[in-house]
Design a protein around this ligand. Sequence first.
Ligand code: ZZB
Length: 260
Amino acid sequence: QEYTALKLRVKEWAPEAEKAIKGKVPEGADVFFVPATLRPETMYGQTCCFVGPKIKYGVFKVSDKEFYVITDRAARNMAYQGVFPENGVYEKVAEVLGSACVGTIVNAPLSAHKDGVRILPMESVLPTKGTGVVTCVPSDSPDDYATVMDLIKKAEYYGIKKEWAELEIIPLIKTPSYGDLTAQFLVKKLKISSPKDTKQLEEAKELAYKEGFYQGIMVYGEFKGDKVEIAKPKVRQQLLDAGDGFAYAEPEKKVISRSA
Ligand code: ZZB
């Protein structure tokens, strides 16, 4: 899987996370949360960025001025993909629990929400996939939409301010079958009522991917009017050229045949 890793720069730390990194990251250095995405063309619609509250993240040094918050596993993989200065070497300067990061404000490249977005908790983030950081696009990702609705509904339970999850959901892509808010449409259609409806969410994700890629037309951003198929690599290249993102590949997983 070839992901686009996106660099979301920390603007303001949540107090607990700030304590965890204090004295370990040089004053004035930039720290980035780095989600891995397969949908660079949807980055205009980022409304928050998810971490697993129970996941342990490392803060890894890229240079004196630049540090990445990702899982140890992702850092190891990146170390063989030219992300760090020396091949195979990755230096961890601090550790921080996902829950401690909740409330942190980050700048999300291309997002319409220019003042920044919050780091919020998502129970279903897999520590074994991508970077363990997931950027949230509730217009086009059913998982993200279901999680955002749940965060709003149970803000107190999650220990967040409701407003943090209430950023406007902007239509990005229009398709013949699902309109211009694919995730919301599919969540309703498949009667998904919470992020725990994992089976329906899996189905919704597959449908959203297919329809979005093959039938989608951009209705937002620089490539408005273009087919998603055409816009996707262009948006990706822009992010790479601007230094706001880089390529990240997951190592091949052995496919185990279920019928064998
Ligand atoms: C933004 C985005 C916008 C995404 C969208 C999807 C969609 P897949 O297809 O199963 O390989 N993701 C990345 N890492 C993790 C993780 N550790 N745990 C849980 N989810 C993760 O999934 C790839 C997508 O899953 C990634 O692309 C990321 O969310 C999420 F409009 O980034 B995506 C229809 C999907 N739409």
